[in-house]
Design a protein. Structure first.
Length: 449
């Protein structure tokens, strides 16, 4: 059978065995007139005064008031460009209210990711922003000179926030709400934490205890310590208004949630939770998934693997395909590679024990490897097959699992997956293995029920 393969740059479908069971989200239909819907959301937000009213009140207090609009980096397909984008209407509202162009800034919430290049920024931000000379700045979690100390959370996290944000009179967050494997869902408070915090601020927020908590998982907010800590950071930093969206498979807007930091975000969460959880009949011997839009490197592909856990039989097999677009680093940081190598050498149980040891020195990006470990608590390391054409021929000795590019000369996703399935059938000595395809990759959460 032929199924949708959203990560194939050629647009080809993925061929799978005819007996494959395919699961996909039933996302809401796209908004017919997103431009009108965005204007309506800004004028009549959720549990908040309108964007224009809040902006005007700031100007009345300070005629030279500064405003900052926080946007996501290129790991999220937020519509900041083209028809129906959410960024330009926000900036136009601020200009119409009386803000000077030189007092407006667009701040990219890179979190601990690397700064975006000028070319990458131009690909995601509408030309109108450049034409009007509005400043666009990358957050840098490692540059202490650009951070402002705000205090500590009740859990003891150091709260240092981007100074450009803290010095602004008007603070606006934007983003996408989708399933998130640590924080429950993305969007809302995550634009601040981890989006605008210091690298040191992640030490507790992404430490072993919070990462290992059973509620630090997809589509869970109640009792999720990662969500709670992120929200604590955001409240300490201050947020005047948010504009979050939900999207369909083609990245068309299905919902706009503007207004109060918590109330608008909860509305979006309730919408996503209603369709992102996928009930499946039974766990499968072989699960095939993909890295999705977010899977720009190996680091980000952990999200697809973690989301697959509920569909995998104990000691089953996982096949993950991806198209890595982060040309600066297809794997991840040096620290990520280091901890990942420890996982590959010792196994999941041993790594998690090490991360919780008082003798372990926290390393940025270890949190992502801890989530990889959750996958390998369900299946053996050598039951994971991965394929991305960008990794073919590279030294992947430190990566967990089996690099499928070494099994075939083909770069066709269908042929690679077919080769892997055939190999698994040989390993198991039978061909009647149940194959399941997660059409949405990291964005849908399967569970038996």
């Amino acid at each position: 059978m032929l199924v949708h393969n959203p990560i194939d740059p050629k647009g080809n479908k993925l061929e799978l065995p005819d007996s494959t069971t395919v699961y996909a989200m039933k996302a809401p239909t796209a908004i017919v007139d997103p431009e009108s819907a965005i204007s309506e959301a800004l004028a009549h937000p959720i549990e908040s005064d309108s964007l224009a009213a809040i902006a005007k009140a700031k100007l009345e207090k300070n005629p030279q008031a500064k405003a900052v609009v926080v946007i996501s980096d290129n790991t999220r397909p937020v519509p900041y460009k083209g028809k129906g984008n959410i960024l330009v209407p926000i900036l136009k509202t601020l200009l119409e209210t009386g803000y000077a162009k030189e007092n407006l800034s667009v701040l990219i919430a890179t979190g601990t990711h690397r700064p975006m290049t000028e070319d990458e920024v131009q690909k995601i931000v509408d030309e109108w922003v450049f034409e009007n000379g509005i400043s666009i700045v990358n957050h840098d979690c490692k540059d202490e000179s650009t951070l402002t100390y705000v205090g500590k959370t009740e859990r003891g996290s150091e709260v240092k926030i981007d100074s450009l944000y803290m010095q602004a009179d008007m603070k606006i967050l934007t983003g996408l709400v989708e399933s998130h494997f640590m924080a429950g869902v993305s969007g809302g408070r995550k634009s601040v934490c981890p989006g605008l915090i210091s690298e040191h601020g992640t030490f507790l927020f992404h430490g072993a205890d919070l990462m290992g908590h059973p509620n630090s998982s997809d589509l869970v907010l109640d009792g999720n310590p990662v969500h709670e800590e992120s929200l604590a950071f955001a409240k300490m930093a201050g947020v005047d208004f948010i504009v979050n969206v939900t999207l369909d498979h083609a990245f068309h807007i299905t919902g706009i949630y503007a207004g109060d930091l918590e109330a608008a975000h909860i509305k979006a969460y309730e919408m996503v939770k209603g369709y992102a959880k996928i009930p499946i009949k039974e766990e499968a011997d072989i699960v095939v998934t993909h890295g999705g839009f977010v899977g720009i490197n190996h680091y980000q592909c952990a999200k697809a693997a973690f989301a697959s856990i509920g569909a995998l039989k104990k000691d089953g097999y996982l096949i993950s395909i991806a198209n890595l677009t982060d040309k600066k680093n297809y794997v991840g940081s040096v620290m990520y590679k280091t901890v990942l190598s420890i996982l590959s050498l010792t196994g999941a149980k041993e790594l998690v024990t090490l991360l919780h040891s008082p003798d372990w020195t926290f390393m940025p990006d270890q949190w992502q490897v801890q989530k990889w470990a959750s996958v390998f608590e369900k299946i053996p390391l050598n039951h994971y097959y991965y394929y991305a054409p960008q990794l073919a021929g590279a030294d992947n000795s430190g990566l967990p699992g089996i690099d499928a590019s070494a099994m075939t000369d083909s770069e066709d996703y269908s042929k690679v997956v077919a080769t892997v399935i055939e190999e698994i059938q040989k390993r198991e000595g039978k061909k009647d293995l149940k194959v399941l395809y997660l059409s949405d990759g990291p964005y849908a959460i399967p569970y038996v029920g």
